[in-house]
Design a protein around this ligand. Structure first.
Ligand code: NDP
Ligand code: OXD
Length: 312
């Protein structure tokens, strides 16, 4: 039996993915008709997809057993009314490792006050302002899913006092977990550094608004590798200007690439990283895609299915 797979995740991705995907399918013993062009949509068994991919209307894909996303975040197409097939998002160890490294790196930068030494080599021996130990620093991780939980654990392993926040209640060793609206206010009011790792949904849009930014300790730092619209940009800029927020390290934005004239680029208290916090790495992504195809063909539940009622 040959499965038909339509790779609809863009030309650049096809160039990178074709060979490793064919190799992973062969390793799994799956005979596949894999193409970036679907001759007959009705006969496609699986669609591999990414934002900016070539399909907007999934209706003709009447036999499609699943849409497999190359991205972890699915907000750009979860609300496409024609996408009724099971939708699996990308989760894999390398994606998680990349995010943990980004989060730990940027949290340590702010915790240790590295900028003062990197940018301040002016011949003055300033040895009086020392960072506290990590155990004396409170870091909040908002979103305790695949990426947030792993990041929270890594920060806890470095001895940070880690507060976590998620939609449903969680128990993670070394992390003080909270949920619900009151939980968020409680967490933010103590967060010297807050890391945002929620998905973008109707509920999480502008979750960091002016009121919540004002709850944070003065000079607090935001690290956002989640999604741009989690933060009210106007409110953040005002909070940065007033010093209420000491710095924001932002990887994701409402419009990407971030427009050249956006105030974030020139703001002295903002670090822009160009949506590079955690890349989907081809080899490990292919393993997950192929495992899901194997499961689909074996009648087993697919991994990492998106729950459309939750929106992520
Ligand atoms: P998960 O779905 O595994 O985790 C999401 C977490 O957010 C869960 O803990 C969930 O709560 C929580 N959450 C969702 N809605 C709410 C809410 N309304 N209130 C409180 N908590 C909420 O996602 P991942 O960890 O895999 O990824 C998180 C996001 O990271 C992605 O959606 C994407 O936007 C972003 N991302 C960014 C990348 C980058 O390079 N910048 C790379 C990859 C992902 P609960 O546990 O209760 O469900
Ligand atoms: C993703 C991302 O969602 O890269 O995978 O942001």
């Amino acid at each position: 039996m040959t499965v038909t797979i339509h790779f609809a995740a863009g030309v650049a991705n096809w160039a990178e993915y074709e060979a490793p995907l064919r190799a992973a399918l062969a390793r799994a013993g799956i005979a596949a008709n894999l193409s970036d062009r679907a001759a007959d949509p009705a006969h496609v068994d699986y669609i591999i997809f990414a934002p900016g991919g070539v399909i907007n209307d999934f209706t003709p894909y009447t036999g499609c057993k699943a849409v497999l996303s190359l991205w972890a975040g699915v907000e750009k197409y979860i609300n496409n009314p024609t996408l009724t097939q099971p939708l699996a998002r990308m989760v894999n160890d390398e994606l998680t490792e990349g995010m943990v490294e980004y989060v730990v790196g940027h949290v340590l930068r702010h915790h240790l006050g590295m900028d003062a030494h990197i940018h301040g080599q002016d011949g003055v021996w300033r040895n009086t302002i020392l960072p506290p130990l990590a155990r004396e620093r409170t870091v909040a991780v908002l979103g305790l899913g695949e990426l947030g939980a792993a990041s929270a654990r890594a920060l806890a392993a470095l001895n940070f006092r880690v507060l976590g926040w998620s939609r449903s209640a969680k128990a993670i060793e070394g992390v003080e977990c909270h949920s619900g609206d009151e939980g968020l206010d409680h967490v933010l009011s103590q967060a010297e550094i807050a890391v945002l790792l929620m998905p973008l949904t109707a509920e999480t849009t502008n979750v960091l608004d002016a009121r919540r930014l004002a709850l944070m300790p003065k000079g607090a730092v935001i690290v956002n590798p989640g999604r741009g619209p989690l933060i009210d940009d106007e409110a953040l800029l005002a909070a940065l200007d007033s010093g209420q927020i000491g710095h924001a390290t932002l990887d994701v934005f409402r419009v990407e690439p971030l427009p050249k004239d956006h105030p974030y680029w020139a703001h002295p208290r903002v670090t822009v990283t160009p949506h590079i916090a955690a890349d989907t790495r081809v080899k490990s992504a292919c393993e997950v895609l192929v495992e899901n195809i194997r499961r689909g063909e074996a009648g087993l539940p697919l991994l990492h299915l998106v729950d459309r009622t939750r929106g992520y």
